[in-house]
Ligand binder design. Sequence first.
Ligand code: TPP
Length: 373
Amino acid sequence: MIDAGLFYNKLVESGVGFFSGVPDSLLKDFCAYVTDHAGKRDHIIAVNEGAATALACGYHLATGRIPLVYMQNSGLGNAVNPLLSLADNDVYRIPLVFVIGWRGEPGVHDEPQHVKQGKVTCSLLESMGIPYTVLEKSEDAVSRQIETCFKTIAETGSPYAFVIQKDTFAPYTLQNKEERDATMTREEAIEEIAACRDGVIVSTTGMISRELYELRDKAGSGHERDFLTVGSMGHASSIALSVALQKPNLQVCCLDGDGAALMHMGALAAIGVQNPRNFCHIVLNNGAHDSVGGQPTIAPFIDLPAIARACGYTHVYQAKTKEELKKTLAEKHEGLTFIEVIVKKGARKDLGRPKSTPIENKTALMNYIKGLK
Ligand SMILES: Cc1ncc(C[n+]2csc(CCOP(=O)(O)OP(=O)(O)O)c2C)c(N)n1
C-alpha cells in the first residue's frame, strides 16, 4: 500500500494545483487526504464527474496550471462528454490528471453493477486516447509513474490517467468532520418509510438500497415492491418518474440520497413539470457521500425543499425527527410530494448486500406490477 499523503504531495510538487471529483470507496483515503490538505478554493467535491472535469478545465483556463479529477470508474460515463468534446487533443487540448478507482477489476470479486464497468475501464481510456497507468504500490514505482505522467502531459498537453486498484492506499482518517445536529439514523428513517408506503419504492445507489433490502428481510415483507438502483447514481428519481407516469394508479416512492439528488438535479425539474400525483420523492439528507467514505456534499448549504417547490412539487416537507417523519408520512398527500429527511451519517458495521441478482430484482418487480389490477 502507499501513503495517500505521499501520492498527494508528489502530485502537488509536480504541478497539480487543483482537485475536483466525486468520492469513491477505493479512493476514500486519498479523497480524505485531499479534503484535509487542499485549500478551500483548490478542492471542489463536484456534483458529478462531468462537472468535475469542467471545473478542472476552468481552473486550467484561469491559471495555466494542471488540475486533477478523481472519480470511481462508474463516473467515467458522466465525464466522457467533457473529456471528448472539451479537454480532448482535437478540441481544446487541456492537460488534466485523472485518478480513477477501478471497481470491478477483472479477477477481483465485486458487486454486479461494477463488473462490466471494471472490464471496460482500461479499454474505454484507450478508445478515448487517454494514456494511463495502473498505480503501483511501492514508493519508488509511484515516483517513476508520476514522472512519466507529467512528461507525457508536457509532450501532449492533454489528459493522463492513474487507474487505482483496491487496497492501493493505506488508511487515512478524515480530520475535518463537520457534524450536523441530526437525531435519526438513515436506517430508522427507511424503516418508517418502508413500513407505511404502499406501492413500489425505487431506491438509490449505495447504502440506502442495502438498508432497504435488509429492512424488508427484517419485516418479512419480500423484495418484489422495490427496485434497487444499485448503479446509475442519480437516476433513481427518473426511473421512478417513468414508472409513476405509466402506472397512474400505483403509488411510487423514490428513496434518494442527497449526493445522488445533487448529481442529476435536473431530474427534479422534469418530475415537477410532469407532476405525477402518485409520486413521492424522499431525499435522505445526511450531508455526505456516506456510502463511499463520508465525504461532504453541498446539500447542507442549499434549500432542497425550496428547490422542489420551485420545480413544481405540490406538497413539500422537511422532517428532522422521527416524530416529524411519522407525522408527515401519515398525512394523506394527494399529489406530487417531496420530503427532505435530515438523517445522521453512518451505518451499521454489519450492513450486508442484496442477495438477489439485479435481474431477479427486476423480474420480481415487473411481475408485481404486471399482477396489479
Ligand atoms: C456515477 C457514479 N459516481 C460515483 C459513484 C460512487 N458512489 C456510490 S454511492 C455514492 C454516494 C452516494 O451519496 P448519497 O446519495 O448522499 O447517499 P449516502 O451514501 O450518503 O446514503 C457514490 C459517490 C457511483 N456509484 N456512480
